[in-house]
Design a protein around this ligand. Structure first.
Ligand SMILES: Cc1cc2nc3c(=O)[nH]c(=O)nc-3n(C[C@H](O)[C@H](O)[C@H](O)COP(=O)(O)OP(=O)(O)OC[C@H]3O[C@@H](n4cnc5c(N)ncnc54)[C@H](O)[C@@H]3O)c2cc1C
Length: 460
């Protein structure tokens, strides 16, 4: 019996793909210029079927690449070793919104925004909020430890995952954690799986913490004459003693690509950079008071203006622009995104250094990101100077490495939230010592002794 036939015996015949056209969407994620074809795609519909697929692959020693929605930005779900793509898209049910304990129990293929909406209907709040929330999956968020807009106040996905059901590469099903707010009982299996980019196990169910839904939200937009000044503004915001629920930075080119993509006007589009600050709280007066204090602090350090958006529709318009920057870049440029993160007090130095790096390599530089977390998405954009593909690849590779080195020297890391996948793997040794990498290899071997799960990712 052929491999597709054996897989079809596990999942049923409609859920195994081998022909070119249906397989194409599974060959790439959102990383520009990276694609690889799997031998077969399988779409199991239950934990038992996931276990059956993995057991078969384990016995045969076949590579398996788990896949969520494919919105990743480092090639983590691209099947670079061929073999099987294991798509979790059919495991897409919200199993429970538990109001009494404030937890959601979900399958990994639930779209993040769908979970946010279901929680809100119950008067609760699922805080992780990646810009891709309308398409990415909770399973992918767990495996990349996704951050997003509201991490500055509520933490990353890891801070919300309390329980997991996962399947080991040999098909063994493990349940770890649950609905306990506290659980001091042995090694942290849940935390080990979060952020492991599908290299240790396949997640089939998650227990996620919910919070009370904030009663009010408001947004402030502050334009600056210099990008450095906007970066300085981050410290001014925290200097007020208020923790914003989002604190984003966007340079002029980022706003330009987004406005062009969304076909919308954006306020202060000519400013060198802008800060978008969101505050949430118990009522509109409290929120407005906080925004006024933040606005004053920003004007004091040189903001050109301050624009308050308290009306819901206006807020959504502003958020839409921020959320489509990456799509605008993808539509209008050839670029490489570097997901730098530094302690937020070092953001100003990072902003200065990356522009020096861009200039030294004749590249354009488009910066935006979660400034409140010290997380800057540095996008190097191809210019006329890169007149051949070879020149572009050499220049951007060198700029990418220089950026990682700068971030690490400033006490930061390779990636704040996108992960390592394929594209950041060459730089792993800049961030981690040999001893730390050795320990990670032993953890990988304990979960996946045959090395079948997502080969070619994360560890060098
Ligand atoms: C426009 C845009 C904006 C974005 N904004 C943000 C942002 O603000 N913050 C942020 O953090 N990221 C952002 N991202 C990146 C991306 O959306 C996140 O990394 C997201 O978490 C990926 O989810 P996914 O479902 O698409 O996963 P995929 O890309 O399909 O997979 C990601 C990794 O998870 C693994 N995986 C997926 N599901 C499972 C499972 N059930 N079990 C085991 N392994 C699994 C895959 O093997 C892979 O290693 C953005 C991307 C785009 C295109």
């Amino acid at each position: 019996m052929s491999l597709p036939e054996e897989l079809a015996r596990i999942t049923g015949p409609g859920f195994v793909l081998t022909a070119d056209e249906p397989v194409e969407p599974y060959t790439h994620d959102e990383t520009q210029g990276l694609a690889a074809r799997p031998d077969v795609v399988v779409r199991p519909g239950s934990t038992e079927e996931v276990s059956g697929v993995l057991r078969l692959a384990f016995e045969r020693g076949l590579p398996v690449t788990p896949r969520g929605a494919g919105t990743g930005k480092c090639g983590a779900c691209v099947p670079v070793a061929g073999g099987i793509v294991l798509s979790l898209d059919r495991l897409n049910r919200i199993l429970e919104i538990d109001r009494e304990n404030a937890f959601a129990v979900v399958e990994p293929g639930v779209v993040t925004e769908t979970l946010q909406e279901a929680a809100a209907e119950a008067g609760l709040f699922y805080a992780p909020d990646p810009a891709s929330k309308g398409s990415c999956h909770v399973g992918g968020n767990i495996q990349t430890n996704a951050g997003g807009m509201r991490a500055v106040k509520y933490g990353t996905t890891a801070d919300h995952v309390y329980g997991l059901t996962f399947v080991l590469p040999d098909g063994t099903v493990i349940e770890a954690g649950g609905k306990n707010r506290k659980d001091s009982s042995g090694y942290g299996l849940v935390r080990t799986i979060v952020g492991s980019e599908g290299t240790l196990a396949v997640v089939t169910r998650a227990v996620l913490r919910l919070l009370p839904l904030p009663a009010a939200r408001g947004i402030l937009l502050a334009p600056f004459p210099e990008l450095d000044m906007a970066a300085e503004g981050v410290q001014a915001v925290f200097g007020t003693g208020i923790t914003p629920s989002a604190l984003e930075i966007m340079d002029r080119s980022a706003v330009g690509y987004a406005a062009r993509y969304a076909e919308k006007e954006f306020p202060f589009a000519e400013a060198a950079a802008q800060l978008l600050v969101e505050v949430d709280g118990d009522g509109p007066e409290e929120v407005e008071g906080d925004l006024m204090r933040i606005g004053e602090a920003l004007l004091e350090i040189g903001a050109l203006d301050v624009f308050l958006a308290s009306e819901r529709r206006r807020q959504e318009d502003l958020w839409r622009i921020r959320r489509v920057i990456a799509e605008g870049l993808k539509a209008f440029t050839t670029y490489r995104s570097v997901d730098s993160v530094v302690p937020r007090s070092r953001l100003i130095e990072l902003v200065r250094k990356v522009r020096e790096i861009a200039a030294a390599h004749d590249l354009d530089c488009c910066c935006f990101g979660h400034a409140g977390d010290g997380n800057l998405h540095v996008n190097y954009v191809r210019t006329a100077a890169q007149d051949t593909v070879e020149r572009w690849e050499a220049d951007v590779r060198s700029a990418h490495e220089a950026t990682v080195r700068v971030a690490v020297a400033l006490g930061g890391s390779i990636s704040g939230e996108h992960g390592i996948g394929v594209t950041e793997r060459p730089f792993f040794g800049i961030r981690h010592t040999e001893a730390a990498i050795g320990l990670m290899r032993r953890i990988k071997a304990a979960f996946d002794p045959r090395g079948i799960l997502n080969p070619g990712k994360v560890l060098p």
